[in-house]
Write a protein that binds this ligand. Structure first.
Ligand SMILES: NC(=O)C1=CN([C@@H]2O[C@H](COP(=O)(O)OP(=O)(O)OC[C@H]3O[C@@H](n4cnc5c(N)ncnc54)[C@H](O)[C@@H]3O)[C@@H](O)[C@H]2O)C=CC1
Ligand SMILES: O=C([O-])CC(=O)C(=O)O
Length: 386
């Protein structure tokens, strides 16, 4: 029989390593085997990258965050690293066989006045910064998830395709790094034009012999968050309650909201359908014009990217039923890539869902979307192949 709770804790602590109140620095480090995923953001000092880094720093599924950019990443890293979020606390008990000590006993005793660190390993969230091409490999090595918002944004009057000439080369270089240093990582590609940059990434990975279509996902979540918001406004519902599938791609008419499949089930007048479809398709342009030369959506995009990255991590962790729209390798249409709902799991995009029944308005929209998508996909593929 234990004479008192504190004696018992002292006895447990004698079995721990280190057996004192001080945590050694190396024991505070998130490392192989520590809980949580390793995530890199490439383009982390940009408009999207900075806010996304902040949101990922708050995600309890992440234990290591690498921030890479060609400019300013040390400053962003120093700044983000001072956030006191997410020390993932994990018990590493070394209780002798037959000691019959449960977690509940321990928690109870913690609550009775002894410091938690006395018998816990604390894996502190790490943020590390990487600057410029020579540090790309270090930034990528060992990552589970790589999120790529690197590249130039639109100015008023430009299409996303106008960004191709600059962003195609940036995406190629970064994906070559992924193929070399973390070929099994899940990649979330944000850089525009997504309809072409995803095919570019696929060709880079094929060339390197590392292509796994389940692990390459173009991020179209912002189209969904816009659709949920605008539909919520029309219906007078909290957007959190609304689920609008948005399929196709991520530019103009390739963005196809399926308003006939909105949850909760509802109907729209032809005028509402026309208004909502146009507003969702032109959501990016609406922000570009409002920013008047200062870039495109960054805050809502960082929110959407963080939401999508979290879904990917929950899938990797083994959570069931994680479903999001994304632009992926697909057999849903005759095109090699298409955005639709996908189920995220340990393998990445484990299942790509069919579109379901479309109404006449959506069938016409689908044909327009496929025509433009085919050209954008071919352009991306040719950039690497030719
Ligand atoms: N998929 C989507 O739904 C959305 C995509 N975007 C796209 O995301 C991209 C980034 O947008 P913003 O963050 O607003 O632009 P930004 O200009 O604010 O930031 C881009 C960052 O990328 C960095 N960068 C440039 N070349 C790089 C390289 N070779 N390696 C690493 N980093 C590099 C820049 O230094 C900069 O910090 C744009 O292409 C934009 O069109 C934007 C909104 C939504
Ligand atoms: O419109 C842009 O250029 C940025 C973007 O992709 C979006 O906001 O959906």
């Amino acid at each position: 029989m234990e004479s008192s709770s504190s004696q018992r804790v002292a006895r447990i602590a004698a079995h721990l390593n280190p057996p004192n109140f001080e945590l050694r620095r190396e024991e505070c480090r998130a490392k192989g085997g520590a809980p949580g995923f390793k995530v890199a953001i490439l383009g982390a000092a940009g408009g999207i990258g900075q806010s996304l880094a902040l949101l990922m720093k708050m995600n309890p599924l992440v234990s290591v965050l690498h921030l890479y950019d060609v400019v300013n990443s040390p400053g962003v890293t120093a700044d983000i690293s001072h956030m006191d979020t997410t020390a993932v606390v994990m018990f590493f008990l070394q209780v002798k066989e037959g000691e019959n000590i449960t977690m509940l006993n321990l928690l109870y005793e913690c609550m009775h006045g002894l410091t938690l660190s006395y018998y816990c390993g604390v894996f502190i969230f790490q943020v590390r910064g990487f600057l410029g091409q020579p540090q790309l490999e270090a930034a990528l090595t060992g990552m589970d998830l790589v999120v790529i918002p690197a590249g130039v944004p639109r100015k008023p009057g430009m299409t996303r395709d106008d960004l191709f000439n600059i962003n195609a080369g940036i995406v190629r270089t970064l994906c070559e790094g992924v193929a070399k240093c973390c070929p099994n990582a899940v990649v979330n590609l944000i850089s525009n034009p997504v309809n072409s940059t995803v095919p570019i990434a696929a060709e880079v990975f094929k060339k390197a012999g590392t292509y796994n279509p389940k692990r390459l996902l173009g991020v179209t979540t912002l189209d969904v968050t816009r659709a949920n918001t605008f539909v919520g406004e029309v219906l007078g519902l909290d957007p959190k309650m609304v689920d609008v599938p948005v399929v196709g791609g991520h530019a103009g008419v390739t963005i196809l909201p399926l308003l006939s499949q909105v949850k909760p089930p509802c109907s729209f007048t032809p005028e509402e359908t026309e208004y909502l479809t146009k507003r969702i398709q032109d959501g990016g342009t609406e922000v570009v014009q409002a920013k008047a030369g200062a870039g495109s959506a960054t805050l809502s995009m960082a929110y959407a990217a963080a939401k999508f990255a979290d879904a990917c991590l929950r899938g990797l962790k083994g959570d069931a039923g994680v479903v999001e729209c994304a632009f992926v390798a697909s057999e849903v249409t005759e095109l090699p890539f298409f955005a639709s709902k996908v189920r995220l799991g340990r393998a990445g995009a484990e299942e790509v869902y069919q579109l379901g029944p479309l109404n006449e308005y959506e069938r016409i929209g689908l044909e327009k979307a496929k025509k433009e998508l085919a050209e954008s996909i071919q352009k991306g593929t040719n950039f690497i192949k030719k």
